[in-house]
Unconditional design. Structure first.
Length: 95
């Protein structure tokens, strides 16, 4: 342990202007707490966008795309043209 961690001047002091952060799920929210003081983790999860790995899996399972094609759709910054997607499926039907 370093010396200055034991010295009086280096002790942790909480910020007096910041209230403590308390996280709740939908099931654990106590009654009687104002809504401004509640941080609901479940609501935050619903607002988050779908992760790229989950999106690739969903595209593969829902539309039967290959891993390569689903990766191209997820990674591309610009929307993929319908012609490119049509070519992927057309090539599968008429090799």
């Amino acid at each position: 342990m370093r010396d200055k961690e034991r010295l009086h001047d280096y002790r942790f002091m909480p910020e007096p202007n910041l209230p403590p952060l308390r996280l709740y799920t939908t099931q654990t929210i106590p009654a009687g707490i104002p809504s401004q003081q509640i941080i609901n983790v479940d609501e935050l999860r619903e607002q988050m966008p779908e992760l790229p790995s989950a999106q690739r899996i969903r595209l593969q399972q829902t539309y039967g795309l290959s891993e390569e094609h689903s990766s191209v759709l997820v990674v591309s910054d610009e929307p993929t043209s319908p012609e490119a997607c049509y070519g992927w499926n057309f090539g599968r039907c008429f090799p």
